[in-house]
Write a protein that binds this ligand. Structure first.
Ligand SMILES: [Zn+2]
Length: 294
């Protein structure tokens, strides 16, 4: 069995400047591990920590992640200041910053108290559910807070969200992009000068629906979509790679990512010569940093 495992050592500052990863192989019990030291800490814009922040942030730290944003669909939804502050008091092993829900209970009916919550979070998302009420979307975009959007159906809602953005402005980030048609929408909007960002996740440039039968949301694309996602990363149409880390046990229809596959599959893009080391650093670190900076 061949298995890729990617480990990072953040102390090698001399090498950071050159951005050449240290690579080595370790054989253990018939398994080959590829060890990679990229020399920078990853900023993962999209993870789910469920109800165990200490455990999952420890795994993230071991994988080489420095900062993670975690989505609000924890046991008690992060849709009010009390729960968000409670969450922030829990021990964590990396910089882990909560994302608030956009609407109460992520139900799409009533906006959370944005002004009260804003200083304690990086942004707002109903991830897992798509906010279809575009009036509420416009209302929260006008407050100029970062909105991380779960789009479903992806292409149709991307068009609608970008139309709203073009009218009211704001800070919009499109989550887990997986389809050629959505990439075309993003391309056109960027050509018109609209400012927004987007991410994809490793499963969307690795697995296709023809070969894999994985229940993820959004669903896996076709082989054509996998190719389009890779090209969009290469051409800078998609800005970031996020994990959508969804630990087991996970509800049906959520991600199958782990932090290890997040990093090793993304590094595979460098090995396939889809991305350069510099471009991978942009997707893993530089662009996410620009998005989370106030
Ligand atoms: Zn998610």
């Amino acid at each position: 069995m061949l298995m890729l495992d990617v480990s990072y050592n953040h102390k090698s500052t001399e090498r950071n400047k050159k951005m050449k990863p240290l690579m080595g192989f370790i054989f253990c019990c018939g398994t080959m591990f590829l060890m990679i030291d990229l020399g920078y800490k990853i900023i993962d814009l999209h993870a789910h920590f469920r109800d165990n922040i200490p455990f999952h942030t420890r795994l993230a730290k071991e994988a080489g992640i420095g900062t993670t944003l975690y989505m609000p669909n924890t046991k008690a939804c992060l849709d009010n200041i009390k729960e968000i502050k409670k969450s922030l008091r829990i021990k964590r092993h990396i910089r882990a910053i909560p994302i608030s829900a956009i609407t109460i209970g992520r139900k799409g009916r009533k906006l959370v108290n944005v002004n009260t919550i804003k200083p304690n979070v990086i942004g707002f998302s109903d991830d897992g559910n798509c906010l279809t009420n575009l009036k509420l979307l416009a209302e929260i975009l006008k407050k100029n807070v970062l909105i991380m959007a779960h789009l479903e159906p992806e292409t149709e809602m991307a068009k609608k969200y970008l139309k709203v953005l073009s009218k009211v402005g704001g800070k919009l980030h499109l989550q887990h992009i997986s389809k050629t048609s959505t990439i075309n929408v993003i391309k056109r909007a960027k050509r018109f000068g609209l400012k927004f960002t987007s991410e994809t996740c490793p499963h969307y440039f690795t697995y296709s629906s023809e070969i894999e039968d994985k229940p993820v949301n959004p669903p896996l694309g076709t082989l054509k979509d996998v190719k389009a996602v890779k090209e969009a990363l290469k051409d800078g149409i998609i800005d970031c790679i996020a994990s959508d880390y969804a630990p087991i046990p996970r509800p049906k229809g959520t991600g199958f990512a782990s932090f290890e596959s997040f990093i090793s599959l993304s590094y595979g893009l460098v090995l396939q010569k889809v991305l350069t080391h510099k471009q991978l650093k942009a997707k893993f670190h530089d662009n996410p940093l620009k998005i989370i900076r106030p």
